[in-house]
Ligand binder design. Structure first.
Ligand code: SAM
Length: 175
């Protein structure tokens, strides 16, 4: 399954760490890329790309000038758009349908998401109907979508990897 994350409404001062975390969660939980709409910040892209360079895999990150054209292009190419929102339908009720899809764009917001996103999305999905966080919503969604893939993923071309320990830290350098 191909999975892109569309992060709408990035604000450099307030959201720098949160948007970086959305990218890192996406990568660690099996997504392919994050597309960010908001005030441009190359340092943000570099911080995500640097993790991929060291820890492996092909996850990519970029900014876009238009969230709407990204959604329309994705749909024109046969993809499905899933907007994570506390106002949507609870995930367990739609998971069977979502599991059958091959190409998913997952939209997450920061502050208020434009009303048009709710209309353009194929599914408005809630990870519970309480307000919480885009990082948590994304992690829970990808964990359930990919059947706990974060415990099984292998990242090619990694320079470092963790050797799990009951106590302490062990890191292996690979090349
Ligand atoms: N009230 C805001 C709104 O209009 O959506 C919530 C903003 S919240 C800080 C930022 C993002 O986290 C939301 O745009 C949504 O993508 C995600 N989010 C927060 N709670 C969620 C929930 N219960 N289910 C799914 N996504 C959630």
């Amino acid at each position: 399954m191909k999975i892109a994350i569309l992060r709408i409404g990035h604000r450099p001062y307030r959201d720098k760490r949160i948007t970086t975390h959305c990218g890192l969660v996406g990568r660690a939980f099996g997504a392919d890329c994050i597309i960010i709409y908001g005030e441009k910040d190359e340092n943000l892209i570099n911080s995500i790309v640097d993790v991929t360079k060291n820890w492996g895999g092909n996850f990519s990150a970029r900014f876009t000038d238009s969230w709407k054209s990204e959604i329309k292009k994705w749909k024109n190419e046969g993809g499905t758009v899933i907007h994570l929102t506390m106002y949507g339908m609870p995930l367990p009720g739609v998971m069977d349908k979502i599991h059958q899809l091959e190409k998913i764009m997952v939209i997450i917001g920061s502050e208020k998401v434009p009303g048009e996103v709710y209309r353009l999305a194929d599914y408005n999905v809630a990870i519970g109907n309480q307000p919480h966080s885009e990082v948590a919503a994304l992690a829970v969604f990808l964990d359930k979508l990919n059947n706990e893939v974060e415990f099984k993923l292998y990242f090619e071309n990694a320079k470092i990897r963790v050797i799990p320990q009951e106590r302490g830290k062990r890191v292996e350098r690979l090349n």
